[in-house]
Design a binder for this molecule. Structure first.
Ligand code: PLP
Length: 376
């Protein structure tokens, strides 16, 4: 089976697993316990925190809080800081942010404002800034879009937002960026969400990177773990696996970036242009190529490709539900419903090979041509 749905989740690193399994089977103690075996795990957590943080941010200005997933990190940021006035985000966000912003509106906490996207999937910066005013408490702009792969220059956007209103708390969902594209967080970014399972880590482990001077009201209250900011016994095994998987991922980040850029372009070159339209632009993440089958349903193509040994994603959130049949993100880029209905998201990992790309193109051409013939 060829797996090209790595934006949904990645295969966990076996090397990291071998390295970390001692924390599942032998060093299973509670890190908050007072005896030596438990206490020793505190320094292991500290090491992991530092290793995961220093890859993208300056340790003197930022800190890393472990959470259970990217969704929790996004929710924690939004519900902690979008407290009054209005909160601004983009029309391209993952549901972990988009639905939380809708909830702010439902709860009457803050007015939610959504900035439009340009055709390439990036937020329109001018229109975003027009939504920011002196009543804005919180702004969230995703780093890499999970459907189309567009990269927002979050450091630049955070600076512009703060120039307009310095009291704004700026958050970015970095789940599809961390460990995949080269960057370092500017001091204007207050909060940044990451998730382990998108880079060879395990599901159920995430992190919220936070500017040190920002006081974070806890979302989970209890035993006071994570210095009182996120209670709950730490998943030491999952956290150490995340640390080792990230080590692996960051050590080859630049080489992977270049190789996957070539693969993405090779894949697009090999696809039949009579059948597919390209949605992702060349300046997006090399990890995602989003295409649309002309006049075809992405969901049908997905199943046909699956039967031939290729796993891909679609652009639609949930095509069995008529309300969600078309991806809001693809529509927000300005594509029509027909194009949104045909979306296939092909997403890669460093384990993807040139042979897999070649075979994936053959399968996609076969199923696309076959379905187009049947539709006539
Ligand atoms: N944000 C983005 C951009 C994502 O792609 C995802 C997962 O698909 C999430 C947030 C949610 O992350 P998690 O699955 O760790 O909750």
């Amino acid at each position: 089976m060829i797996y090209l749905d790595n934006a949904a989740t990645t295969k966990p690193s076996a090397t990291a697993f071998d390295h970390a399994k001692v924390y599942a089977l032998e060093k299973f103690y509670n890190p908050s316990a007072l005896y030596n075996e438990g206490y020793a795990l505190q320094s292991e957590l500290k090491k992991a925190r530092s290793a995961l943080l220093c890859k993208v941010a300056d340790e003197t200005s930022f800190e890393f809080i472990f959470t259970s997933c990217g969704t929790e990190s996004d929710n924690q940021a939004i519900f902690s800081f979008a407290k009054r006035g209005n909160a601004v985000t983009t029309a391209g966000e993952h549901s972990a942010v988009a639905a939380a912003f809708q909830e702010l509106k439902t709860r009457g906490v803050a007015e939610s404002r959504f900035a439009p996207l340009d055709k390439d999937g990036k937020v329109n910066i001018e229109k975003l800034l027009a939504l920011v005013d002196d009543k804005t408490s919180f702004v969230s702009v995703m780093h890499v879009n999970n459907e189309i792969g567009a990269i927002n220059d979050i450091n630049k956007i955070a600076k512009l937002v703060k120039a307009k209103n310095p009291r704004v708390i700026f958050h970015s969902d970095g789940v599809q960026a961390y460990g995949k594209i080269p960057f370092r967080l500017a001091k204007e970014v207050d909060l940044y969400s990451v998730s382990a399972h998108k880079i060879g880590g395990l599901k159920g482990v995430g992190g919220l990177i936070k500017r040190k001077s920002l006081v974070l009201p806890p979302y989970l209250i209890g035993g006071g773990q994570e210095s009182g900011r996120r209670s709950g016994t730490e998943n030491v095994f999952g956290i150490k696996h995340f640390e080792y998987a990230a080590e692996e991922k960051f050590s080859s980040l630049k080489v992977d970036y270049e190789r996957l850029t070539t693969y993405r372009e090779n894949l697009w070159e090999s696809l039949d242009k009579e059948v597919y339209t390209r949605l992702s632009t060349e300046d997006g993440t090399p990890y995602i190529l989003s295409v649309s089958g002309k006049g075809l349903r992405g969901e049908v193509l997905l199943h046909m490709a699956n039967d031939k040994g290729l796993i891909v994603g679609t652009g639609s959130a949930c095509s069995s539900n008529a309300k969600n049949r078309y991806s809001k993100v693809i529509l927000a880029c300005g594509y029509d419903e027909k194009t949104a209905d045909g979306v296939l998201r092909l997403s890669f990992s460093p384990q993807t090979t040139a042979e897999e790309i070649e075979r994936a193109a053959e399968i996609l051409n076969e199923v696309g041509r076959d379905l187009a013939r049947r539709m006539k």
